[in-house]
Design a protein around this ligand. Sequence first.
Ligand code: C2E
Ligand code: MG
Ligand code: MG
Length: 718
Amino acid sequence: MFHRSASARATSRSVPTNILTRSMSNAPSIDSMFDLLPVGAYRTSVDGRILRANAALVRMHGYATEEELLQGANVRRERLYADPKRRDEFVALMLAEGRVINFVSAAFRRNTREPMWVSENAHVVYDDNGEVLYLEGTVEDITERMANERVVAESERRFRALTERAQLATVIMTDEGVVLYASPGVEALFGVPPEAFVGQSVFDSMHEDDRAEHRAELRNVTQKTNSGRESIARHLHADGTYRYLASLGKDCSDDPAVGGIVLNWRDVTESTVARRRLVELAQTDALTGLNNRAHFEHICEARLLDARGSGQRFAMLFLDLNRFKLVNDAHGHTVGDAVLRHVADRLRRAVRPEHTLARLGGDEFALLIPIVDAADAADAAQHLLREFVDPVPARGMSFDVGVSIGFAVFPDDAGTFHKLLAHADLAMFTAKARGVSSVERFAPQMAERVRHQLSVATDLRFASQRKELFAVYQPIVNLLTGGWQGVEALARWQHPTRGLLMPGDFIATAEEQRVIGRLGRDIAQQAVAQVGEWSARFDVPMRLSINVSVHQLRDPEFVAFVLRQLELHSVPPRRLYIEVTESVLVDADDIAVQTLNAFRTANVRVVLDDLGAGYSSLAYIKRLHVDVVKIDRSFIEGLPTRRTDTAIVRALTTLARSLGIEIIAEGIEKEPQAEFLREDGVRYGQGFLFERPMPAAEITTRLASGSVQVTAESTGLR
Ligand code: C2E
Ligand code: MG
Ligand code: MG
């Protein structure tokens, strides 16, 4: 602490006004100088104990003697700094720079605890070895100076306030508002000379919408029932713009010197416009100009509250775009924003004045509409759907975004705003699951489904611990020889009360609830260990495929974890295949792509699963350098007869082949399908026709019986 370099030490020690350091001879002149200093002076140890204080400092703190001050400061520990943080800042500065200059802080006189302001100058004093001897410094009481500065600042503020209000005008008028006298200030506020004002009504220049209120206000003034507060109205200036003028009236008709009502005006246009703008900003969504969520809530609460007495029913419509994310990901936020603005415009055009429309955030919109019965809501929703039949243009492109709408009825489905919105949201989810633009009304089972999901999520957190998760294995076979090329690990969950659950029952929930990471590691660990065991025991070069979701790819530890498992169980990385779905690739951010690249660098292969089921952008295949594609089951199903399916499969295989990518066909259930694929040159397949997913023990039996052949052919196969 306070240890300094030689050069820094030299500067500090060369400070000539080393006022507190006694000379070798203890010359009294220095001591008396110290005591005679008009400012306070002190010396402290590094930990803040005061060692010496001069007469001025003693006085400043309200003590009679130095001993009393030392007693107060060191023994009773009377605090100096009003804000203890300021003491920390003082120490930090001393540490960093070895001194402080004009360090101003709010302080207390130690004895009397009176507040004061001080300015300190202090530095560290070192011995010849660079060790800290003590700190010394001066303290100046600047309380009075600070007070003066404050007075100046205050008068400056007052002056500013006055000049800002300089746009003032006064008129004297009849109790009908006819002007009898106008002050020169009128010219600045209205752009007409005061003479021209006389004889006119003050209501002539007033905005039509403000007149009724201000006529009433004038009546209050004449009847002396007004609040005495200013009221604001818009007045037309000669330049054609409206100004906001605040006015205060006083009835002086009884005063013969005045003989009328005195009205003082001041121009508050700037502050009023600014305030209105703020309110507007706080209530609207900046991107679309629609109501924002908070304001929407505010309006709806009020409308629902009114409705409680009247029996009026409402429908809450929840709208969500089906393919917005895709637009955003593929074309960027600028295009995404343009799409949202356009969507907002269409909605604005489609709604009626009695509807309340809002953007809740992202691609979610909501609409509160008064209805007679639920059929009205369904009609309104269908009407909105039709608005989105045509693609949405943006930046020279056009997008078929599609909408899903869910609605809930007040008070039938929910009695509060929050419940109503939540139920409409649930209904929207159900609509969205259909995959096409559609409308759905809330039903209580929907909430049940979500509750179920939540309970699955809770159970999932313990599933790993309780060893309820395990993998089954489906062989991937050579379509020509029937031999096994490898296996795909598929997750299963032996739930304590619900029985055996399939991935469809829990993977999506695990992803949503962010427990997929644990689950995935669990399965990967088991599968790698298992394949390692089979490879060693039966001496087979078996490939292993594991399915990985985008959340797992975002886990920076995931690659290391998997590689460690491979090493632990002596499985060469080139035997491992990471399967990702197209939807994963759509969501893939840079981190996910980096993870996939890290796998590739380690010689692990990447498989694009369910090709064609999702968005099928060839750009993804390129961006991710996949080694293998799996053609989705839905195309295999229609083989060999359905024309579109045969065409698509042929196109996909041709493309993959030209890119040097291996192909696996999945979901082969019938021999003619296999036949078509063989003829098309597809070498590998998976499906119930060959093998179903099996528990590990069953695969072990098969391998042990020697009835299957495992051949790890090179990945260059097509
Ligand atoms: P996937 O990776 O496309 O797996 C193939 C699915 O098709 C499996 O369903 C499999 O049992 C089924 N299948 C195989 N052959 C046939 C057939 O001939 N006909 C029919 N109709 N189906 C067949 P499963 O086991 O229900 O898995 C469903 C999906 O869940 C998987 O699709 C995969 O995307 C996901 N999944 C499975 N295990 C995991 C895992 O450990 N982690 C992650 N993230 N996802 C997993
Ligand atoms: Mg798969
Ligand atoms: Mg698949």
